[in-house]
Design a protein around this ligand. Structure first.
Ligand SMILES: O=C(CO)[C@H](O)[C@H](O)COP(=O)(O)O
Length: 229
């Protein structure tokens, strides 16, 4: 099975968690795009749900599929967010932000009663940190913020993310992203706390205590992991 087929299989299983009239956070990335696609088919078939997209890309996709959308200003708590991840640890702590949408993804997941993560098995790791940690920062004072981030991560290499045009990648919120090549992250909550204290850091891609369910698709099928506490 190709990686893309696995992503679609995980997305299809997550669709089973969707019930009529739910308010759904819609994630960003290639796996989440499969979920949005499949959700669009259900909506066309008559399912009534409303979504809050976590990026302009997901908004455009959902709109093109006729999925009704709302905002966190117009609605109360969301029932569930379905989103992908770049790495998933055994306690369901995540690294997210490979697609640059980590801030909206975290806000939407934080406003949801449940976060369901969908991924192929390659995203499941014993220890987080092989995937460089995305850190969203404001453009003002970039040099100072980068130096403070480097200090907070113990001198690990920190790179300003670039777009295809070679210029700094700009998030939907108008921010930049620093990718920190951490290696093993032994204490994700402590690292997140350290980084969040730096002026200029908007948010990190560490999602601690947010994912409740992970749907993982591999060559042997789909398995579901639930957070134990
Ligand atoms: O966090 C994300 C975007 O900010 C994505 O969920 C993450 O990068 C996984 O993407 P993909 O499903 O394409 O592997």
């Amino acid at each position: 099975m190709s990686a893309d087929a696995m992503k679609r299989a995980a997305a299809a299983r997550a669709l089973e968690y969707v019930k009529p009239d739910m308010k759904l956070g819609l994630g960003t990335g290639s796996t989440a795009a499969h979920f949005v696609d499949l959700l669009g088919e259900k909506v066309k078939a008559g399912l009534k749900v409303v979504g809050v997209p976590t990026s302009e890309a997901t908004r455009a996709q959902a709109e093109s599929l006729g999925i009704p959308l709302t905002t966190l200003e117009e609605t109360t708590a969301l029932d569930m967010t379905v989103d992908g991840a770049d790495e998933i640890g055994p306690d369901l702590t995540l690294i997210k932000g490979g697609g640059g949408a980590l801030l909206r993804e975290k806000i939407v997941a934080g406003a949801s009663k449940q976060m369901v993560v969908i991924a192929d098995e390659t995203k499941w790791v014993k220890t987080l940190g092989k995937f460089a940690l995305p850190i969203e920062v404001v453009p003002f004072g970039l040099g100072a913020t980068t130096r403070a981030v480097e200090e907070a991560v113990g001198g690990k290499p920190c790179t300003l993310r670039k777009g295809k045009d070679g210029l700094a990648f700009v998030t939907d919120g108008g921010h930049f992203i620093i990718d920190a090549a951490m290696g093993e992250i032994i204490d994700p909550p402590a690292l997140a706390a350290r980084l969040n204290m730096i002026p200029g850091v908007v948010e990190t891609g560490l999602f601690v205590g947010m994912a409740g369910v992970v749907v993982l698709a591999g060559a042997d099928g789909v398995r579901v992991v639930e957070r134990s506490s």
